[in-house]
Design a binder for this molecule. Structure first.
Ligand SMILES: Nc1ncnc2c1ncn2[C@@H]1O[C@H](COP(=O)(O)OP(=O)(O)OP(=O)(O)O)[C@@H](O)[C@H]1O
Ligand SMILES: [Mg+2]
Length: 354
């Protein structure tokens, strides 16, 4: 006969249980999938620390535990660690010990996204593909006249003797160059990738990124916590350099004077969230952590949308391109951020076959 544990583990509903002190004791596989969080991060933690962003869930479980109030199929939104929310129904109950004393509380969490969101998902994908082609064509159309404008300005700058006028020419050229960079990013994003994957030492990639971006920061701003024993990843060097350039650049832009960027590598073995299309088992994890301004909660789900930016000179393509490249590597990206405290972006990449 199946043990209780096996039954709980294989339940299609998520199950969260807390003990009398409000510490998480059970967090089954479905709960992991819904919240996008590995149980190792929540078991043993106080409820309110484990689910910082799900205040309603914490409140319900606490009320059930302390006051015996029960909730049935209560509709709520569960925050996913990756960003975004999941519509769920929450049912709570008290847990009693054999003597009839309250020993804890549990919440059964039902995924209500169902077929509707599946439909919305594929529609969204089609729309994104359409926008991609559209953006690529548009970028292409703009590039030619733009290089004409730049060329003409350059010519004029040479001919015009008046210095105050040649300053304006320089502005035209500089802005044309900036536009051109954005257009190249757009084309990168829209183009299907041709990956050249090889076994790759990720520390080499990170070191080259640090070298490129260390200007303007104090010498000890970068902390490298590398695990020297990690295996090679299966990746395209150019594309992965792009990924970490984008992430470290964002971290750098988020910092103030005494900021620190910490790069941590490790091998993840207990990672058992199996997401659609991703590799399972062992992966290399690279964390890019900053103690900068952080990301507001309402922005967290927008940062992967092309052109979403909070920076005056940002193009808002960095994270969109980053996520695309990581997906093409069958990797995963997780982001954790608290305004005023900082941001940690974790990239998981498959290990190269020997
Ligand atoms: N480490 C971080 N700390 C704080 N905010 C961040 C961080 N990473 C991303 N963001 C937020 O996400 C937004 C989108 O990031 P993204 O890299 O896509 O574009 P960008 O940095 O604004 O412009 P670009 O990268 O194209 O120059 C940023 O404008 C910023 O608000
Ligand atoms: Mg950026």
């Amino acid at each position: 006969m199946a043990s209780y544990e096996d039954i709980l583990e294989n339940l299609s509903e998520g199950l969260i249980a807390v003990d009398i002190d409000g510490r998480v004791t059970v967090f089954n596989q479905s709960a992991e999938k819904m919240a996008g969080v590995s149980r190792s991060l929540v078991i043993g933690k106080a409820l309110k620390d484990a689910f910082r962003r799900d205040e309603r869930l914490v409140e319900m479980l606490t009320k059930t535990l302390k006051e015996g109030r029960l909730f049935a199929e209560y509709e709520e939104k569960l925050h996913r660690r990756l960003g975004g929310t999941l519509p769920v129904g929450i049912t709570t109950s008290q847990v009693f010990d054999p003597d009839g004393n309250v020993a804890g509380a549990s919440a059964l969490i039902k995924d209500l996204s169902g077929i509707k969101s599946l439909e919305a998902g594929s529609l969204r994908k089609e729309r994104l593909a359409y926008i991609g082609t559209f953006a690529a064509n548009l970028a292409h159309e703009i590039k030619n006249p733009l290089s004409g404008i730049r060329g003409a300005a350059q010519l004029l700058a040479k001919k015009v003797k008046d210095e105050s006028l040649s300053d304006y020419m320089n502005v035209i050229m500089k802005e044309a160059d900036r536009l051109n960079l954005i257009l190249n990013d757009m084309l990168d994003f829209a183009r299907p990738a041709r990956l050249d994957k090889k076994p790759l030492n990720i520390h080499k990639v990170l070191d080259s990124v640090v070298l490129l971006l260390k200007d303007g920061l104090p010498p000890d701003a970068f902390v490298r916590a590398y695990d020297p024993s990690i295996p090679d990843v299966d990746g395209d060097e150019g594309q992965l350099t792009q990924v970490f350039l984008n992430l470290v650049k964002n971290a750098k832009e988020a910092l103030d004077k005494n900021g620190e960027i910490r790069l941590t590598t490790r091998i993840i073995t207990e990672f058992h969230l199996v997401e659609e299309g991703s590799a399972t088992g062992k992966m290399v994890s690279v964390e890019v952590q900053d103690n900068g301004c952080g990301i507001r909660e309402e922005d967290l789900e927008k940062i992967f949308t092309p052109f979403f930016t909070t920076k005056p000179k940002g193009s808002g393509l960095g994270m969109a391109i980053t996520l695309k490249i990581i997906k093409e590597h069958n990797g995963l990206l997780k982001i954790d951020s608290a305004p005023g405290e900082g941001t940690t972006v974790t990239v998981l990449l498959p290990i190269a076959e020997r």
